[in-house]
Design a protein around this ligand. Structure first.
Ligand SMILES: [Fe+2]
Length: 358
C-alpha cells in the first residue's frame, strides 16, 4: 500500500532525518507497517525439536558440564530460530531440557521468574521447594512459582531429564527479575512419596479451613499423573456414554489450576493436558500469544503455518502468535501444553480464530 506520508526526497529531508538521529528520535511514518501490522506477524517461528535429538545432547552435557553454583542448572534452552539465537522458545516463554546425573544436587536459589517442570520419563529426583521435598515422576507437573527457593537432588544411580518452563523472556524484556542464592545443598534430603503441600491440598473438592486466603500461585507443588490420566480417561468414557465432557469430539482436555482461585497455576503461565483419540483432527485455529506442546505418549502430526510435522514421544513444538495450527492423532495422542495465555488475557490482548472447515 502507498504510504501517503512518504515525503519527497530532498537535502532538507535528509538533514531532518539526520537531526532526528542526533536527538535520538525516530519518526512513526517510516516504520508504521512493522509496528502496527494488520495482524500479529511474529518474529518467532513455528518449530519442532525431536526428543531423539534433544536427549542425547542433554546426556552429553551431563558428561561434560558440572552442575553447581554459578551455572546453577544443567539446562539447555530451546532457541527459537526466529529470535536471533536467544534461548527463548517464544517472546514470552522459556523451555529447556534439564539433566541431573546420578546422585547429583542442583543447589538452591530463588528468582522472580515463575517456573514449572514436566517429566516425560524417569524417576528418582526430588525438587525441594521452600523446604518441602517434592517427588518428580513420569507425567507429573511440578510448580516453582516466583520467589520460592528451590533445588533438586537425584537419589538414584540413574540420570534423569525433564523440561523446565519459565517466563524468562517476558521478565528479561520488562526488567522485572530478582535473583538470590540459597543453600549450596538442598535444605531437606527427605524423599517422601507426597510433599507437605500435596498432603494439605490434594483431596478433591476439599479446602483446608486453615487456608481460606487466596494465593497468587497454586500452593500445590506437584500435579500427579495418576489424577491427570484418570480425569482424561473419564472424559472419554463419559463421551462414549453420551454425556458432555470433552472439548470437542474425541478430544479430552484439562487445565491445571490454582485451587484457591480456580484460575491458572501461576500469574504468567497456563498449563494443560490434552488427549486425542486415534484419527481425531482438531480444527485449524489461531490464537494471540505463544504456546508450547510436548508429546507425552503416542504418534500423530501437527500442522503449523501450513507445514506438517510428524510427532513422537517427547517431541516439543512451539506455535507463535497467530500462526494457524491443528493436531492430528494417529494413535491415542497425549500432549502436555503450556502458554502465556494468562498474560494475554489479563491485558485483554487475547483473541482466537477458528477457521471454517470445508
Ligand atoms: Fe531456578
Amino acid at each position: 500500500m502507498q504510504n501517503a506520508m512518504q515525503p519527497a526526497e530532498s537535502p532538507a529531508l535528509r538533514q531532518l532525518y539526520s537531526d532526528f538521529k542526533t536527538q535520538h528520535l525516530n519518526p512513526l511514518w517510516t516504520q508504521l507497517g512493522d509496528l502496527m501490522p494488520r495482524h500479529p506477524r511474529p518474529k518467532a517461528q513455528a518449530h519442532l525439536w525431536k526428543w531423539a535429538d534433544l536427549y542425547p545432547l542433554a546426556q552429553a552435557s551431563g558428561e561434560l558440564v558440572p552442575v553447581g553454583r554459578g551455572g546453577e542448572r544443567r539446562a539447555i534452552g530451546l532457541a527459537n530460530p526466529g529470535l536471533g539465537g536467544e534461548a527463548y522458545i517464544s517472546p514470552t516463554l522459556w523451555c529447556a531440557i534439564q539433566y541431573l546425573g546420578p546422585k547429583e544436587t542442583a543447589p538452591e536459589h530463588r528468582h522472580s521468574q515463575n517456573a514449572f517442570r514436566f517429566v516425560v520419563e524417569g524417576e528418582g529426583v526430588w525438587t525441594v521447594v521452600n523446604g518441602d521435598p517434592v517427588r518428580m515422576s513420569r507425567g507429573d507437573f511440578l510448580l516453582t512459582p516466583g520467589w520460592n527457593f528451590h533445588g533438586h537432588h537425584n537419589e538414584t544411580d540413574q540420570p534423569m531429564a525433564w523440561i523446565d518452563g519459565l517466563d524468562i523472556p517476558f521478565s528479561f524484556q520488562n526488567d522485572v527479575g530478582f535473583f538470590e542464592f540459597g543453600s549450596d545443598r538442598v535444605t531437606d534430603y527427605a524423599t517422601p512419596q507426597y510433599s507437605r503441600g500435596e498432603r494439605l491440598w490434594c483431596h478433591p473438592g476439599l479446602r483446608p479451613l486453615s487456608q481460606l486466603a487466596n494465593t497468587v500461585s497454586s500452593p500445590i507443588g506437584a500435579y500427579r499423573w495418576d489424577y491427570t490420566d484418570a480425569a482424561l480417561s473419564q472424559q472419554l468414557l463419559l463421551e462414549e456414554e453420551g454425556h458432555p465432557a470433552t472439548v470437542e469430539q474425541g478430544h479430552a482436555a484439562v487445565r491445571y489450576v490454582n485451587p484457591t482461585t480456580g484460575g491458572d497455576v501461576m500469574p504468567t503461565i497456563r498449563a494443560e493436558f490434552h488427549r486425542l483419540r486415534p484419527g481425531i483432527e482438531t480444527p485449524t485455529r489461531r490464537d494471540v500469544g505463544s504456546t508450547v506442546f510436548q508429546v507425552f505418549e503416542g504418534r500423530g502430526a501437527v500442522a503449523m503455518g501450513g507445514v506438517t510435522h510428524q510427532l513422537e514421544k517427547g517431541d516439543i513444538f512451539v506455535i507463535p502468535s497467530w500462526i494457524a495450527w491443528s493436531l492430528q492423532a494417529e494413535t491415542m495422542l497425549d500432549l502436555f501444553r503450556f502458554s502465556d495465555a494468562p498474560i494475554m488475557e489479563r491485558l485483554n490482548f487475547d483473541r482466537s480464530l477458528i477457521e471454517e472447515t470445508t
